[in-house]
Design a binder for this molecule. Structure first.
Ligand code: HDE
Length: 710
């Protein structure tokens, strides 16, 4: 049968152009847009600038004939599309970044000559990228994982990158083990799963054979590895670095970033559900906070010490599996980091940003930490692979914001090409920059000597003492989470000997932990404790600073309440709730049976943010149930309403409710006798204020043993 050869409506150039016009789609290079005769619509062009007449149909012989190779517009469009991807980061592929600034509190001249720390109030532009480690670029945000916390500071003496994590220690002591660690944690090479999960044989096999990882394992099995928001995480430089002052004197330093809004994590059961409900949970959270003017902030703090102090420990400050407890060496506040602008284009900035540990300005220097030394090699290498050219510093996000001059030239995609004759120095023409012994980076003149050997120092031998200290520093509930996380992870390990080997290490950390995990795994008999190279210290003081719960914010600022409404919702209560949340600096979302919204008791229309299926309670820090009595029968029929209430209760969240909502609890399996101090009746604006006042506790931890969620 002959096919119609008439162009179909909507696929003609004219129809498409009208659509473009309607959408006011304005994209052009450097703002120099081709204008139509009337001057209001930019003309679509090829990348070479040639105006395009038809972007809906490729060039063919006759309406149904073969496509012509001479269609340069089609060829260029497809060619460019085919090459849109660059390799994702081999680790930390999934990430999200934002712009901001660092503001120095007061001169730190005593310790460092670094320009950014010389003047009070000095502001240095910053770009920060948060990430997970194991998953690929499209993986879910709430994986159990370490979070990257990489800060690029565009100082007047070049870029300084503090490429840190949200955990102050690391899995391994020597960079040579990094490929093994990462191979083991990533998806297994034959099956290509599991994605973004450490719960599999390869990871635990490597870990069980690597006792130095035990301290870090305590951290990644703790709630630190499932943060509620990037905004509620600490950041750490991890390694010991050096500050060097103008006299060339060095002070050891560890970098800490403290979140202004305090720390907060989610529960594992919640994390699993968030990954389904909103895999972009952390991205959306940062985006929304910054777009609504709630700029997240961290304080930079230094732990400063000298060689004599370092020598007072029986662990080595060059060993990245160790930390110095804050109670032993209180960190000093130095300045604040504020994130106030999202990138206009994710690829241009967040994807192309190149962090490198070796980017340090004069006044900051390295220690001999063998992990750091290895990283200083790796980060330059990885940029060439990923960004494809030694000219990756020409990309605006990576370019310094201070004057810079050098003789590096040419190469792929060179964007900054100096003019003039002399491209070397010294030269006889008086052209080009010269080095400056005074202003230039001068490494700290440390004395090094010794035989050339592949050796792990004795001072790196203690693998369990600080793991034990971390575990014992947690609240009872947090300890329970660690045990439960270990049981969960090891339950996914198919090889029994690996499970047992992990338990044999736990026996060196804490007997009761090992026992809980052994019982949780259903071990027939407990293994014997792994051999420890040095005796495990039983006398280390607990450090309250290591607990998240002990350091809670005691306020609801920056958090979000989910408010379930229906037609007829009490207008006075809702208004009181919104006002109280506003005063607290908290936000809310309205969840209604239909996304169109609901009519309140005053007849006003309330826009909904979510319909009940799209807004499960795991997306909120607390919930309020305000449906009208008339709506209850219909709500009781919705399984998502049952989950909304049951999950919030099981996740130890505060729940405010009107009287009419009580049957929803019964449907969720919660008897009135189970109501505790976190289930709060809301009958008047006074009740609402009291409810919002309590939300700062974030969770009703006393409920946890009763609901037995992990
Ligand atoms: Fe990294 N790491 N890393 N790492 N790392 C990378 O660099 C590496 C380590 C960290 O948001 C890579 O540009 C080695 C510790 C962050 O873009 C790569 C070793 C810490 C990011 C690399 C480590 C980190 C990376 C991959 C063992 C915390 C993401 C892509 C010695 C202190 C930065 C890239 C961003 C990224 C190598 C260990 C933090 C391959 C060899 C310890 C936050 O160069």
């Amino acid at each position: 049968m002959a096919k119609s050869t008439k162009p179909t409506a909507g696929t003609t150039a004219a129809a498409a152009s009208a659509t473009i016009h309607d959408q006011k789609l304005m994209r052009g290079e450097g703002g120099e847009l081709h204008q139509t005769a009337s001057g209001d619509i930019p003309v679509l062009t090829t990348a070479q600038g040639g105006p395009v007449s038809d972007d809906q149909n490729s060039l063919k012989i006759g309406p149904r004939g073969p496509t012509l190779i001479e269609d340069f517009h089609f060829r260029e469009k497809i060619f460019h599309f085919d090459h849109e991807r660059i390799p994702e980061r081999v680790v930390h592929a999934r990430g999200y970044g934002a712009h901001g600034f660092f503001e120095n509190y007061k001169p730190q001249t005593k310790y460092t000559r670094a320009d950014l720390f010389q003047r009070a109030g000095e502001k240095t532009p910053a770009f920060v990228r948060f990430s997970t480690v194991a998953g690929s670029k499209g993986s879910a945000d709430l994986a159990r994982d370490v979070r990257g916390f990489a800060v690029k500071l565009y100082t007047q003496e070049g870029n300084w990158d503090i490429v840190g994590n949200n955990i102050p220690v690391f899995f391994i002591q020597d960079a040579i083990k990094f490929p093994d660690l990462i191979h083991a944690v990533k998806e297994e090479p034959d099956s290509a799963f599991p994605q973004a999960q450490s719960a599999h044989d390869n990871f635990w096999d490597f870990i069980s054979l690597t006792p130095e990882s035990m301290h870090m394992i305590m951290w990644v099995m703790s709630d630190r590895a499932i943060p509620r928001s990037f905004r509620f995480m600490e950041g750490f430089g991890v390694h010991t670095f050096r500050l060097v002052n103008a006299k060339g004197e060095s002070t050891f330093v560890k970098f800490h970033w403290k979140p202004k809004l305090g720390m907060q994590s989610v529960l594992w059961n919640e994390a699993v559900k968030i990954n389904g409900a909103d895999p972009d949970f952390h991205r959306r959270d940062l985006w929304t906070a910054i777009q609504t003017g709630n700029f997240p902030e961290w304080e930079l703090q230094f732990q400063l010490f000298d060689q004599a102090f370092a020598d007072s420990f029986d662990f080595d400050v060059l060993d990245a599996t160790k930390l110095i407890p804050e109670e032993v060496l209180p960190p000093v506040p130095v300045g604040r980091l504020v994130l106030d602008r999202m990138p206009g284009n994710f690829f241009a900035e967040t994807e192309q940003v190149a962090f490198m540990t070796q980017n340090v300005p004069p006044g900051i220097d390295f220690s001999n930490d063998p992990l750091l030394q290895g990283r200083n090699f790796s980060y330059l290498d990885t940029q060439l692979k990923r960004l494809g050219s030694p000219n990756f510093t020409h990309i605006p996000i990576n370019a310094p914001k201070c004057p810079f001059h050098h003789f590096q030239q040419d190469g792929h995609m060179a964007m900054r090409n100096p003019v003039g004759r002399a491209n070397y120095q010294p030269n006889s023409f008086g052209e080009g920059p010269r080095e400056s012994p005074e202003r230039g980076f001068t490494p700290f003149a440390d004395h090094e000597s010794g035989a050339k050997r592949r050796l792990r120092p004795e001072s790196f031998a203690d693998h369990y003492s600080q793991a034990r200290q971390f575990f014992l520093s947690q609240t009872e509930g947090e300890r329970h989470h660690i045990a439960a996380a270990l049981v969960f992870e090891l339950s996914k390990v198919k090889t029994p000997v690996i499970r047992e080997r992990v338990v044999s290490h736990l026996l060196n950390i804490d007997q009761s932990l090992a026992q809980q995990v052994g019982t949780g795994l259903g071990l027939q008999a407990m293994p014997k404790a792994a051999d420890a190279a040095v005796p495990v210290r039983q006398d280390l003081d607990v450090s309250a600073k290591l607990s998240i719960v002990e350091n809670g914010p005691q306020r609801f600022e920056g958090r979000k309440l989910g408010i379930l409404v229906s037609d007829g919702v009490d207008a006075t209560l809702l208004k009181a709730l919104k006002t109280a949340l506003g005063k607290e600096g908290a936000s809310f979302e309205i969840i209604a049976p239909k996304v169109g919204g609901a009519e309140d008791s005053d007849g006003s229309w309330i826009e909904a943010d979510q319909m009940i299926d799209g807004g499960p309670s795991v997306l909120y820090d607390a919930i309020a149930l305000l449906p009208a009595a008339d709506a209850i029968d219909d709500l009781l029929k919705e399984s998502t309403v049952r989950d909304f209430v049951a999950d919030a209760f099981a996740h130890c969240k505060f729940i405010g409710h009107v009287k009419a909502a009580v049957p929803l609890f019964a449907k969720a399996g919660i008897a009135e006798a189970d109501f505790d101090e976190g289930v709060i009746a809301l009958a008047s604006p006074g009740d609402v204020r009291e409810f919002v006042g309590k939300l700062g506790q974030l969770r009703v931890w006393s409920r946890e043993p009763r609901v037995k969620m992990k």
